[in-house]
Design a protein around this ligand. Structure first.
Ligand SMILES: *Cc1c(COP(=O)(O)O)cnc(C)c1O
Length: 239
């Protein structure tokens, strides 16, 4: 398990890289939100991050997310923003509505409909991003870039969800430059969709870039980066 000191050093390093990439792209640091992806890490490690000032976490599994939200609620720490970033099954939506800041991974009309229904029941409006399978990989969820505009028009009819932008998980690569073209495509797609002025739809958020490629993503317009390993160290899936 990572130590508190190591985590703090990792965070400082990531922060310096974010600032560097933002400066290079002539962007403001504050226009980029760092989401700490804490999946598989025990709550003790999340507490190290909280001690270091982290208030924005992302998780990819509903049960794990709920356990962690409950833990911090019980401690009276209620200024944490939680993001659901992984594939979401419709039958689990009800556990997180009203508790998460944003759902990054909407990629079917059925899922959007369930989020809408559950949000109505709780009398809330849920902010979502549409997941785009930008590398057209068979192994990944998400709709294709071509389908995205029509898909978004379709789900914009749901009154209790708000489409706030796009998200992608770029292909795994050891050379982040290989993903630059995908980030450029994502940015262009979001601008094209914004220009359609669809009712209830805004495109101010672009969630892209992970440990291996977040600096390139920032250079190409990411407003949210999702960094796991770079902050928490290598994940241990055996626990
Ligand atoms: C795990 C995960 C991340 C973080 O990945 P790292 O490479 O560890 O930074 C980001 N986004 C999603 C959707 C994830 O599941």
């Amino acid at each position: 398990m990572i130590t508190e000191k190591e985590l703090k050093e990792n965070l400082d390093f990531v922060e310096s890289k974010i600032c560097e990439a933002a400066a290079k792209a002539n962007r403001e640091r504050n226009d980029i939100k760092l989401i700490s992806i804490s999946k598989t890490n025990p709550v003790e490690v999340l507490e190290y991050a909280v001690n270091a000032g982290v208030r924005v976490f992302g998780e990819n599994k509903v049960q794990e997310l709920v356990t962690k939200m409950d833990y911090f609620d019980a401690k009276g720490i209620n200024d944490i923003e939680w993001h659901l970033v992984g594939h979401l099954q419709s039958n689990k939506v009800k556990y997180i509505i009203g508790r998460v800041k944003m759902i990054h991974s909407v990629e079917s009309e059925k899922l959007a409909a369930v989020i809408d229904q559950e949000s109505k029941k709780k009398n809330v409006i849920t902010d979502i991003l549409v997941e785009v399978n930008i590398g057209s990989e068979d192994s990944k969820f998400g709709i294709t870039a071509e389908e995205a505009p029509e898909f978004i028009e379709k789900i914009s009819k749901f009154e209790n969800i708000r489409v706030k932008g796009l998200m992608c998980i770029a292909p795994y690569t050891s050379d982040p430059e290989e993903n630059r073209k995908f980030f450029i495509q994502m940015k262009k797609l979001s601008v094209d969709i914004a220009n359609k002025n669809i009712h209830n739809v805004t495109m101010n958020n672009l969630s892209m870039g992970m440990t291996g490629d977040y600096t390139v993503a920032i250079e190409e317009g990411a407003t949210m980066i999702r960094v796991g390993t770079g902050i928490f160290g290598k994940r241990d899936y055996s626990i």
